[in-house]
Ligand binder design. Sequence first.
Ligand code: ADE
Length: 238
Amino acid sequence: MRIDVLTVLPGLFDCFLREGVIGKALERGLVSVNVYNIRDFTTDKHRVVDDVPYGGGPGMVLKPEPIFGAYEKLSKEGPKPFVILTEPWGEKFNQEMALEFSKLPRLLIICGRYEGVDERVKKLVDREVSIGDYVLTGGELPAMVIMDAVIRLTPGVLGNRESLEADSFMDRGLMGYPNYTRPAEFKGMRVPEVLLSGHHAKIERWRKKESLKKTLKRAPELIEKLKREGKLTEEELK
Ligand code: ADE
């Protein structure tokens, strides 16, 4: 998979792309990420990326020309990219969307900035995506959130065991089960006996039960949805 990012703050992506699971995935060539500075696609002397909004009002709006310029240039390289615009009022990002994006050959993420992006940019956009009901200063953190969730799902990025386990719980939208590590007792708090038993089937059952219990308490509608979609069977709910 190839992911291109258009931003006015490319430096923000440096650590994200260098460290941890994401850094390793890039190093191993499982995904390629290119971060482009929108400013590099300006054609005027002062390399202007934003301007005041028509009609007045606070803040600056990202201009359409450099973004169209970037799109036109980059889309000539390889498969047509699926274009995402990060936008506080967009569709709420979730695990299902991450899975859908992870199956695409190429993504182009446009990071919104300042008060917004010239509305005409949306002509290029396949999906406007929000990472939650709060307003950030720009779309760079949302772009990293989306990339993290998508890259994690790319085949080979997680180890086999991790991905199998994730598939049966969290990646269906169910909440994670409680985890413990050594010591078995800490400040009078004991790890549940079942986890110390070495009995894999029992552990599996306990984890599923805890995961369902938590999901039922915090997001009961999710259980109903998974049942409707056939992603959670009556057998699993026993
Ligand atoms: N830009 C600013 N806030 C945002 C949010 N919550 N989601 C996506 N893009 C944003």
